[in-house]
Each structure stands twice: as C-alpha cells, then as structure tokens.
Design a protein around this ligand. Structure first.
Ligand code: XMP
Ligand code: MG
Length: 212
C-alpha cells in the first residue's frame, strides 16, 4: 500500500512498490555477463585494440561503469565512449522517434564495439543505433543491455548480451529515470502508481493557464 515502504537489503523506498533487480543481483549478473564477453572477445580485445564500450547516455551510465570494471577484472581491455539519444522525453510512453543528441567523438572504423544500453523495449533505439554504427565500418558490433522487455517490442531485435528479462512495467533506478529522477537508486524498482498521478511530475510544476 501507499504507506508501506519497499525495503531492499536494508534500503528503504517510500515511493516504490516492487524491486525487479537488487544491487546485489545486478552485480552478480554483470560479473557473469563479463565472463561471457571475456570468452567471446579473447584474442580480439587487446591492449593495442581495446574493446570500445559505447555508453548510451544517460540511462546506461552506471551499468557501463560497472561493466567496464567487471571486464577489467576478467582481463578484457576496454575503453568507454559516450553518446546520447532521446526517444522518450519526460513521459513513460515512447514517442517512437529516435534522435542523436550527442555523437561519438572518435572513429570506430576497424574497432570492436559493444553498445551498452539500459533497456531494450520497443527496440527502436538499438535498431537505429546498430544501423548507424554499422555504416562506420567497425571490426565488430554487438549490443549489451541491462534490461530486456520482450513484450514491448515494435521491431524484431535480439541483444547479444542481456542481464535481466522483465515484464512490461516502467522501471527506475540504477541509471533509469522518471522525469530525470531516481537514477541514483542502487536497485531497480517499480514506482507506486500514485507517484505518477494525477499528472506527470513536470506538469505538476506548471501554473494553470487560467492563472497566467
Ligand atoms: P526502446 O523502446 O527504444 O527503448 O527499445 C529504449 C529506451 O527507452 C527508455 N525506456 C525506459 N526508461 N524505464 C526507463 O527509465 C523504463 O521502464 C523504460 N523502458 C524504456 C530507455 O531510455 C531506453 O534507452
Ligand atoms: Mg529515460
């Protein structure tokens, strides 16, 4: 209910109703995924030609940071590059259009690249990015997602690496936001419905038209 906080390994969230992945589960999965990546890129990712982790801002920033360190633990040389797309705006429903807001700074020609994304939902974002980066002549291009919502798919797309498959619910935490909030949570949670109602967070701050 609305008054009962969600408690995840001692961390209390008054605004959340359910945990879909705890920090401990996330770290364990990242470690396992990194082990798989280490096998797949053995002899390909080297100190001279490190694997490029393409971090899709903002949602993937924490996931990328933890994946990069897990890969270092497994002896996979890697570097991080950042890029930013927008598709959702402030709302929880996709607008269906993908825009590149910030492109990579360096060429990826002849480089092994792994796109690191927070969540695969409709697949519009990753389908768009995969096609864009393939035109730039990488040595290889794969995708790694923290979360996969198979029910949300509008385009057929399968990620090479994925940590958690989840139901078709909006989630926040560990980099994922609702109106830029909750990215700093250690756990991935579902918000209580009253957090959204009656209007979106941004609309609640607006002065009604009649008062202008
Ligand atoms: P698509 O539909 O392009 O979605 O596969 C990928 C992008 O949509 C956002 N997204 C979410 N963000 N909680 C969020 O905070 C969610 O449950 C969610 N579902 C999709 C996300 O930005 C991702 O990059
Ligand atoms: Mg977002």
């Amino acid at each position: 209910s609305s008054s009962t906080p969600l408690v995840v390994n001692g961390r209390s969230y008054s605004f959340a109703k359910k945990c879909v992945a705890s920090q401990e589960q996330i770290f364990e999965k990242i470690d396992a995924i990194a082990a798989n990546i280490a096998i797949d890129y053995a002899g390909k990712a080297t100190a001279e030609n490190p694997l490029i982790l393409i971090c899709v801002l903002k949602g993937a920033y924490l996931f990328t940071a933890d994946l990069a360190r897990a890969l270092a633990d497994k002896g996979v040389p890697n570097v991080v590059e950042f890029m930013c797309v927008s598709s959702y705006g402030k709302y929880t429903v996709s607008s269906g259009e993908v825009r590149m807001l910030l492109d990579l700074r360096n060429s990826i020609s002849k480089r092994h690249c792994l796109i690191v994304e927070d969540i695969l939902d409709s697949a519009r974002t990753l389908d768009f990015l995969y096609k864009v980066f393939m035109t730039r002549g990488p040595a290889s291009l794969r995708t790694c997602v923290l979360l996969d919502k198979p029910e949300g798919r509008k385009l057929p797309f399968v990620a090479h690496y994925r940590c958690f498959e989840i139901a078709n619910e909006f989630v926040v935490g560990y980099g994922l936001d609702y109106a830029e909030m909750y990215r700093d949570l250690r756990d991935i949670v579902v918000l209580k419905p009253e957090v959204y109602s009656p209007k979106t967070a941004s609309e609640m701050h607006k002065v009604p038209d009649s008062k202008l």
